[in-house]
Design a protein around this ligand. Structure first.
Ligand code: X90
Length: 275
């Protein structure tokens, strides 16, 4: 049996046409914890965190959670959130080795997205596409790494509080946001860490700067996947801007799940694209 698996930072809980599993990360405070699975009420979670002043954090899936997801399959394709910011990839690799020692005939390809959300989605879609073309496990494993080099991830955030509080971004960078309507436009570095690209005053400026930076990065009308935190308007504006310049492109947008909405925070947006 062939399975496709992503952690919950990919923001998708089902994938029609293939056997797909989402492996959840978890979010917690001293009082409550949230599993980022299909039963999570994302709005309730967001509202809880917006009123919560104490510590909060996240945790990657356990090795056991990956093993449970692998169960029953002998050809497995996994995509994870960047190893530059999360232990998720490592935990999947440990599970892979354990699963293969129990099932020596099994083949498992674990891809570190070096990104999150829409970057994971693009990789997952490509793996499904390659498999549907009849490619072997070895071919998919090789081609997906080449494809990863053709991807870029951008994000526009109105607050970096949760990223800074959890040590994922420099506190100095974070403190400049959240005032004067400032939005940070960032990108995933080659190593899968956070890199600041520009500071934009207001959302209108963010829209134009994002499109300009995508073009500078080599975007020429390829696929785009977006996730947003209650900000369909921003997502639509970027989509309209891209369509004006590039015509009919393959683009879609979904609401962020638990993990991405915690870190991207209210009104944040994450954009994955092919260059
Ligand atoms: O293992 C864990 O606890 C998860 C930690 C995840 C930390 C970062 C998540 C970021 C989500 C924010 C903007 C996108 C940045 C991606 C750059 C590679 C969304």
């Amino acid at each position: 049996m062939i399975k496709f698996i992503a952690d919950s930072a990919a923001d998708i809980k089902e994938y029609p046409g293939v056997i797909f599993e989402s492996v959840p990360l978890t979010l917690s405070t001293d009082e409550r914890s949230f599993v980022d699975d299909k039963d999570l009420d994302v709005y309730e979670m967001q509202s809880y965190f917006s009123k919560h002043n104490g510590r909060s954090g996240t945790a990657c899936p356990s090795t056991q959670a990956w093993l449970d997801a692998f169960e029953g399959a002998d050809e497995i394709y996994v995509v994870t959130i960047t190893s530059g910011l999360s232990g998720t990839y490592n935990s999947a690799i440990v599970a892979k080795d354990m699963y293969i020692s129990k099932h020596p005939e099994a083949k498992i390809c674990v891809v570190d997205s070096l990104a999150t959300g829409p970057g994971e989605v693009l990789l997952l879609e490509k793996m499904v596409e390659l498999k549907n073309e009849g490619k072997t496990f070895e071919e998919v494993s090789e081609e997906i790494l080449k494809y990863r080099e053709s991807l870029r991830l951008f994000f526009g955030l109105a607050s970096l509080h949760n990223l800074a509080q959890n040590g994922r971004v420099n506190k100095l960078v974070a403190s400049a946001v959240g005032i004067m309507n400032i939005r940070i436009l960032g990108t995933a570095s080659k190593e899968g860490t956070i890199e600041q690209v520009a500071k934009c005053r207001g959302e209108k400026k963010l829209i134009q700067t994002t499109i300009d930076e995508m073009k500078k990065a080599g975007y020429k009308g390829g696929k785009v996947r977006i996730c947003h935190v209650n900000n369909k308007a921003l997502s639509d504006a970027i989509e309209d801007g891209l369509k004006k310049e590039f015509g009919a492109i393959d683009i879609n947008s979904i609401p962020a799940g638990g993990l991405c909405s915690f870190y991207a925070e209210q009104s944040g947006i994450i954009i994955g694209c092919e260059k």
